[in-house]
Structure formats: C-alpha cells, structure tokens
Design a protein around this ligand. Structure first.
Ligand SMILES: [Fe+2]
Length: 214
C-alpha cells in the first residue's frame, strides 16, 4: 500500500499574489501531476492539514479545484490554519468528513487502517486533544486491535528534534499517551525544518510508536 502524504499546502485564493514570492497553488498542481504519473501509482493521497493559508472560503474553492482534478482517492484533514465548516462546504463529495464538533474519521478500506485525528483548536497554533477526542480515539483503537494502524495528525504529539515544533504546548499530549494501546516513544525520527507529518504507527497488538515523515 502506498500513501502519498501531502501537508501544509497553505493554498491561497485564485488570483492572489503569491506570498513570499512562492506560488503554492502552482506548486501543489505540479505535485499532483507528479503523483498521478508516478509508478507505482499511490493508492491514496492524505492531506494532513494547513490546507489553506487562512481558512477562507475562496481559498478552499481554489483548493477544491486542485484536489478534485486528481483521479486518486483523496482524504483531507484539518490543521491550525483550517476551518472545519469551510472544509465541509468546499468538499461535499468527501462524505467521510463527519458532522459535529470534529473532523476526525477512520479510513478502513485499505490493508493499513488509518485514523485521521483532528487536533485543531480554533485560534490556537498548537495542537489539542480534549477528553472527547481522547475518548473517540480510544474507541476507534479498540475496534480493531489486531490491525496495523496509523494515526495521522497535524501536530506533533512528542518532541521530534525541531526546536520550533516542540510539543510542550500540545494540550492533552499527556492524555494521548495514557490511552490504552498507545505508548509514545519517538523513534527513528529524522527531522529537518520541513518535517511535518506526525503519525503513531501501531503494529497488531503492540503499543504505538510515534514517527514523523519528512
Ligand atoms: Fe503549516
């Protein structure tokens, strides 16, 4: 199974002057074309948050135009730059996005089970896991203890060696590590300043280990 993970797209409204002289919209378009022509073809694309620059509707419209042009199963998650209702509105075809307070969900149709965890707290840069989200995650993990599982999240649940991305302000970080079947042990982490996906990978019936991708 091949997961193509894209993150921190920070897409801007169509026609917006590129911030810092870098056209992120054109960059994403090029990445998507590359993924479509990649051999072997990715089984899915997972966009792990900060999809837009400011969470504005016009930015989500531009994002939808880009992502909907790709013929690969696409899943989107929120980061601190995102707006949950804006995502729901711009992606009505993404029926896995739940109604309610959070945008977390399970992708169950692949050999690897993926739990997409919503760590967004509106107005905050840092991640948050409240008791309700810990309960939700606990229940999802209990559903399939024997399946290999990735928990994908936008914010780091452990320190990963990047100074500006320390996890100390992640509200609920300690609560995550108290969830049965999770034991956060940073391992095999090779960080650089562009690292930005944080996953907990759980082998069947073993504790989860946190990794970041880069
Ligand atoms: Fe970002």
């Amino acid at each position: 199974m091949i997961i193509a993970q894209i993150t921190d797209l920070h897409i801007e409204a169509a026609g917006h002057r590129p911030a810092h002289g870098f056209d992120v919209n054109a960059s994403l378009a090029a990445v998507l074309r590359r993924l479509e022509s990649h051999t072997p073809r990715p089984d899915m694309i997972l966009a792990t948050g900060d999809l837009t620059a400011h969470g504005d509707d016009s930015e989500y419209d531009a994002l939808a135009a880009l992502l909907n042009s790709v013929d690969i199963p696409m899943y989107i998650m929120p980061g601190n730059h995102d707006d949950r209702d804006g995502m729901r509105k711009a992606f009505p075809g993404h029926t896995y996005l739940p109604k309610g307070d959070y945008l977390h969900y399970v992708i169950d149709e692949f050999p690897l089970r993926i739990i997409a965890l919503d760590t967004l707290a509106p107005g905050l840069v840092d991640g948050t896991m409240c008791p309700a989200r810990c309960d939700w995650l606990t229940a999802r993990l209990a559903e399939a203890p024997s399946r290999p599982t990735v928990i994908a999240m936008h914010h780091p649940p452990a320190d990963i060696g990047i100074g500006w991305l320390h996890s100390g302000n992640f509200a609920g970080r300690d609560e995550i590590s108290e969830i049965p079947l999770i034991k956060i042990q940073p391992r095999n982490i090779r960080a650089n300043n562009y690292s930005k996906l944080f996953v907990l990978y759980r082998r069947p019936n073993q504790a989860a280990t946190v990794y970041n991708t880069y």
